[in-house]
Design a protein around this ligand. Structure first.
Ligand SMILES: [Zn+2]
Length: 275
């Protein structure tokens, strides 16, 4: 499942080719991929829009489109959540659609942006009010508001285990299973430690670890751990994730796996002993 670095990689790689393109039409091939508006309204509203910018918020991929009406100041955003198996592909518009293509956006220049999604969990929104989709998200971990002080007081405002709390997108946005396990290892914090037991120094270490691991993931174009997301290299640099029984890169102890909130969780029992 793509996390922040994988979605950021999609945005960075697609941005140069998408900016300035005009949307000629949209071929919605699986209606439930579209969360809002209705399919009819979607086709009408997206037609003729121009792509002004390409970005990301948390695990959401965003196309910033032109204004609704000239002078209205209101602009549309096309927001895509890839979920389990979503993939974004830019290809020639002449290519015949694939079986799992859920949405094909025909662009000027004989190109098409294709949302392919084998398992159909991905969702797409077209909205003039992005906050309807993104408004409840916690701070962006690479953003300015994610300070050590914020993290310390936010951790103490909850009484939850660290791993599930960091996965909670309303607490902090963009982390998934891989980067959470990696960050907790770097910060030497146990995944089951109580959030309100974390000291100021530990909160600062955790913040640094989260930013370090996300930046490293982005630098390596994300992690490719299954057939969906390709081209990333971060999977070759995992410290704990998916390394059960292998030596911890810091102390050599065997990495262990436990299940926390239904998620496989990997940690070093020696480095991350504090509970
Ligand atoms: Zn260790």
């Amino acid at each position: 499942m793509p996390e922040l670095p994988e979605v950021e990689t999609f945005a960075r790689q697609l941005k140069p080719a998408l900016i300035g393109k005009k949307i000629l039409s949209a071929d919605l091939r699986w209606n439930r991929t579209l969360a809002a508006p209705s399919p009819k309204k979607f086709r009408e509203q997206i037609q003729g829009q121009k792509i002004l910018d390409v970005g990301r918020r948390a695990k959401y991929f965003i196309l910033h489109l032109s204004s609704l009406r000239p002078g209205s100041g209101q602009a549309f955003s096309l927001i895509i959540h890839l979920r389990m198996s979503g993939d974004l592909i830019l290809r020639d518009s002449t290519i015949i659609p694939g079986k799992h293509d859920r949405l094909i956006i025909e662009l000027s220049g004989n190109k098409a942006l294709v949302f392919n999604d084998t398992r159909k969990f991905g969702r797409v929104w077209l909205t003039a009010n992005p906050d309807d989709v993104l408004g409840k998200l916690g701070p962006e971990p690479l953003g300015k508001e994610f300070t050590p002080q914020w993290l310390y007081s936010a951790l103490h405002g909850k009484r939850r285990q660290l791993k599930p709390l960091l996965l909670d997108q309303t607490f902090i946005a963009g982390l998934g299973n891989i980067y959470t396990d990696e960050a907790l290892h770097i910060a030497k914090l146990h995944p089951l430690a109580a959030s309100d037991s974390v000291t100021e120094d530990q909160a600062e270490a955790l913040r640094e670890a989260i930013r370090k691991v996300l930046r490293e993931g982005i630098r390596r174009n994300g992690a490719s751990i299954d057939w969906v997301y390709r081209g990333g290299q971060f999977q070759n640099y995992f410290r704990v994730y998916d390394r059960v029984g292998k030596p911890c890169p810091v102390c050599g102890a065997e990495i262990q796996r436990i299940v926390v909130g239904q998620r496989g969780t990997h940690f070093c029992p020696q480095c991350q002993s504090v509970r």
